[in-house]
Design a binder for this molecule. Structure first.
Ligand code: BGC
Length: 441
């Protein structure tokens, strides 16, 4: 296949999340978050915790050096709400902000553009105790937190993402309980958590916009094209319902100020007068996370009577997720068609594989190299057809704490030995670095 070239000025780099890499969960006055409680309750499959994780809190200079060597021009990280506001509201913990100051200055010194995400799932526990994303009382505290963080960092951080994957928080955290805070509240719990994140996001965007200029504001949603397992009417209807919950509530809320018609009835008691205006905001840049398509089928006993069907795929990752690079191409083309081609970037894309350290001490992760290559080509094809794609950040720089799977699933292009915390770049790091440096795949 002929090489595909990416435009000059393309954002190249990696994404990470505070809770997954920082460790140091008790350092410098950080407060507890829902994932600390979920871990303490024994909910992490391999029994591990994020207490140390990659110890990025102390080892960030080494990690920035790895990014610089790879040629990255952008790095998306998240800010830990409980480091900045240990109880979620009220007293600001300056030491928490000092840490992000150091990180941001280190990135800028290395020529890497910092992109901060305000919420990658580490909700302060005291806020969860008051109802968390189930109540609209959380909207004010989130906007206040956004104000506090940007007051300190927006002189140097110009790219701000509000939320990461509100659908995952709502469905897995509040709907089925596989993620913190572990509630099984079903459909209503999911729709409340989605809508209140939309409201909080709108309030934070307005708060930041009122106090700063010259920033690029956005958010990150994992859009996954939903397909029906079969052409049976009940499967087709199930996939459409899932598309409404997974993709359209976050997307149409933000970009159109709309509740998807399919969910209007179920959301009637959740949405108040004026909410449609409050959730809409003209962002400059949308982050899209993509891992695979979703093949859905009708099945009772689950929220919305939908469940995952057979993806009919012959390539799978170590997460048991199908490898479907065409889905990323379809997603970008369909997004352009449906939403008028606003600027987007790939904020996460990557794969877990069962990496082995070979006799030569290296990790020859051929599957991950193929995964990245195929998805980069899909992005390149979509861009060549006019999709307004501004960048590609892989998930992830480092092996890290993969939420309920703990340390057992490795997504990094750099291996982390969790005993010694030694970093070893994998073959995929070298492959990706070559793409970044040449702008071609
Ligand atoms: C999340 C990451 C996670 C990755 C792989 C995304 O849903 O944003 O935090 O590690 O997928 O599961």
């Amino acid at each position: 296949m002929a090489k595909i070239s990416f435009p000059k000025g393309f954002l190249w780099g990696a994404s990470t999340a505070a809770y997954q890499i920082e460790g140091a969960i008790e350092a410098d006055g950080r407060g507890p978050c829902v994932w600390d409680s979920f871990t303490a309750a024994g909910r992490i499959q391999d029994g591990s915790s994020a207490a140390v994780a990659c110890d990025h809190y102390h080892r960030w200079p080494e990690d920035i050096a790895l990014m610089r060597q790879a040629g990255f021009n952008t790095y998306r990280f998240s800010i830990a709400w409980p480091r900045v506001l240990p109880t979620g509201t009220g007293a600001v913990n300056d030491k928490g902000l000092d840490y992000y100051d150091r990180l941001v200055d280190g990135l800028l010194a290395a020529g890497i553009r910092p992109m901060a995400c305000l919420y990658h799932w580490d909700l302060p526990q005291p806020l969860e105790d008051k109802g968390g994303w189930q109540g609209r009382e959380i909207v004010g505290p989130f906007a206040d937190y956004a104000r506090v963080v940007t007051a300190r960092l927006a002189d140097r951080v110009k790219h701000w993402m509000m939320l990461n994957e509100p659908n995952v928080v709502a469905i897995f955290g509040y709907g089925v309980g596989d993620h913190a805070p572990g509630h099984k509240l079903g459909e209503v719990g999911i729709l409340k958590a989605l809508h209140h994140q939309n409201l909080a996001q709108g309030a934070a965007l307005r708060a930041i916009d009122a106090e700063h200029s010259g920033l690029t504001l956005g958010t990150v949603i994992n859009l996954q094209p939903c397909r029906a397992e079969s052409d049976k009417p009940e499967d087709v209807a199930a996939a459409a319902r899932w598309d409404a919950v997974w993709n359209r509530v976050p997307l149409d809320g933000l970009l159109r100020g709309q509740i998807p018609p399919l969910l209007a009835e179920k959301m009637r008691d959740i949405v108040k007068v004026g909410d449609e205006v409050a959730i809409r905001f003209p962002i400059e840049l949308l982050g899209i996370n993509y891992y695979s398509r979703m093949t859905m089928k009708y099945e009772t006993g689950h929220p919305f009577d939908v469940w995952w069907g057979d993806a009919h795929c012959d390539r799978w990752t170590f997460m048991g997720w199908p490898v479907q690079p065409d889905g990323l191409y379809d997603l970008l083309v369909e997004f352009k068609r449906d939403y008028g081609n606003p600027a987007v970037f790939i904020a996460e894309n990557g794969a877990a594989y069962d990496d082995k350290v070979e006799a030569d001490g290296q990790i020859h992760d051929v599957d991950r190299v193929a995964f990245l290559r195929d998805h980069l080509q899909a992005v390149g094809r979509a861009a060549a057809e006019g999709c307004n794609v501004k960048g590609y950040l892989c998930w992830s720089l480092l092996d890290n704490f993969e939420w309920a799977f703990g340390l057992s699933k490795r997504f990094g292009i750099v291996r982390v030995d969790y005993d010694t915390l030694q970093r070893t770049p994998k073959d995929s790091y070298r492959f990706f670095s070559e793409v970044v440096k040449t702008g071609q795949v």
